[in-house]
Write a protein that binds this ligand. Structure first.
Ligand SMILES: [Zn+2]
Length: 102
């Protein structure tokens, strides 16, 4: 991919005939993945390599960082008893859980 700087933070990234606009300051790319996934898309990653950015973690959501993973499991997770011992309302037990459509 070819990278052309428009400013300190805004870049055009050419992938074949398609042009994507990456803004590192707003953490966006016109492909939509950078802002949606909150982690660098291929275009933003190409820009980071072109700019020789060593710490790409600055452009990632905290959800992808070790502290978030550690904090997720910081609380005690109580083991469940056998399913036959569960006390659940009948309305819950009658619900049918279907797999996602997509
Ligand atoms: Zn992108």
């Amino acid at each position: 991919m070819k990278v052309v700087a428009s400013s300190e933070y805004i870049f055009a990234v050419y992938e074949g005939a398609i042009r994507y606009i990456v803004c590192l300051e707003r953490k966006t790319c016109s492909c939509g993945r950078f802002q949606h996934d909150e982690i660098l898309c291929a275009h933003a990653m190409t820009v980071s390599k072109k700019k020789n950015i060593k710490d790409v973690h600055l452009y990632c959501s905290d959800y992808y960082k070790l502290d978030a993973l550690t904090n997720t499991y910081a609380v005690t997770i109580e083991p469940l008893s056998h399913k036959s011992d569960w006390i659940a309302p009948e309305s819950i037990m009658e619900e049918v859980l279907l797999s996602p459509r997509y």
